[in-house]
Design a protein around this ligand. Structure first.
Ligand SMILES: Nc1ncnc2c1ncn2[C@@H]1O[C@H](COP(=O)(O)OP(=O)(O)OP(=O)(O)O)[C@@H](O)[C@H]1O
Ligand SMILES: [Mg+2]
Length: 267
């Protein structure tokens, strides 16, 4: 039913000189069960290009969401420094681990994100945002009249961006597709592409931190995704630069210093 295609299979076969087995969601789920991430799988709730997510119950009877990576796709290349030649199975288990730790960092910084529980194999488990009936809806799934005061929801989104930036993180895919509405609160999910940034541009080669001016560009892109959504869906318009300034907060001077330095060096 859920067939996972490996787009660059031929390339990988040529490179590795061995066949690449596709993993079906059932097999991956069996692996997640074996690894103790989940004991009772209820339903697959999301299947995108890179991963699928299933919800169920774990051995502590918690409601869990388990995210399992699909085999290596070209879009993943370069996500992890110098992993281009890594075996695709190793690579997706790295993704599961990487996303787990980014999720953990944000959870420990008190952001409204699911609590991450465990990682193993190609999967990681986290708190299900939802209840016994399943996951709560994404912002994209709510209709135009759902909120009595949608400006409050936008405010929550901006506050998440602020808290995240102050924790030296940018999300990189901050949109109605990755925001869940649950118990009067917006929750953020999907962290593989999230980046931890340095407070300067000079980062050493191979550093896990990205330069601050790159983080600034990612933040601008995220704002350019969420603000138009609120305008389209709820007719709420806010001043882009004012919101950007607010999110930058105390870090604003550092960003501006680097941007000025970049200008000087390129002129
Ligand atoms: N902790 C969670 N609680 C509830 N639902 C979740 C949770 N994590 C993920 N989901 C659901 O699973 C879907 C896919 O998760 P996620 O966004 O992390 O993966 P993705 O690789 O971006 O997949 P897609 O391309 O389908 O968005 C989400 O859109 C959401 O509906
Ligand atoms: Mg997503």
């Amino acid at each position: 039913m859920y067939v996972i295609k490996v787009l660059n299979k031929e390339y990988l076969e040529r490179r590795d000189g061995e066949g690449i087995e596709e993993i079906s969601p059932d097999e991956a789920l069996a692996e997640a069960i074996e690894n103790g991430l989940i004991v009772d799988a209820r339903q697959i709730i999301g299947e995108g290009k890179e991963a699928f997510v299933c919800w169920g119950i774990d051995n502590l009877e918690r409601l869990v969401a388990v995210k399992t990576y699909k085999l290596y796709k070209t879009t993943h290349r370069g996500v992890i420094h110098s992993t281009h030649r890594t075996n695709p199975y190793v690579m997706i288990s790295q993704f599961a681990k990487l996303e787990y730790y980014k999720n953990l960092d944000l959870f420990q910084s008190k952001l409204p994100v699911p609590q991450p529980y465990k990682y193993a194999g190609f999967s990681y488990s986290m708190q299900l945002i939802g209840d016994e009936d399943g996951p709560a809806p994404l912002l994209r799934d709510l209709n135009k009249t759902f909120f009595r005061n949608p400006a409050d929801i936008l405010e929550q989104c901006i506050d998440i961006l602020y808290e995240m930036f102050q924790a030296h993180y940018v999300h990189g895919d901050f949109s109605e597709h990755n925001l869940i509405w649950h118990e009067d609160q917006v929750f953020l999910i999907d962290f593989l592409q999230a980046k931890n940034f340095a407070l300067k541009d000079a980062v050493t080669y191979g550093s896990p931190l990205i330069p601050i001016s790159r983080a600034y560009r990612i933040l601008r892109k995220d704002l350019n995704s969420i603000l138009p959504f609120f305008k389209r869906q709820y007719r709420i318009e806010v001043d882009y630069n004012e919101v950007l300034d607010y999110i930058l907060g105390e870090i604003k001077e550092k960003v501006h210093r680097e941007l000025e330095l970049n200008l000087e060096t390129s002129s």
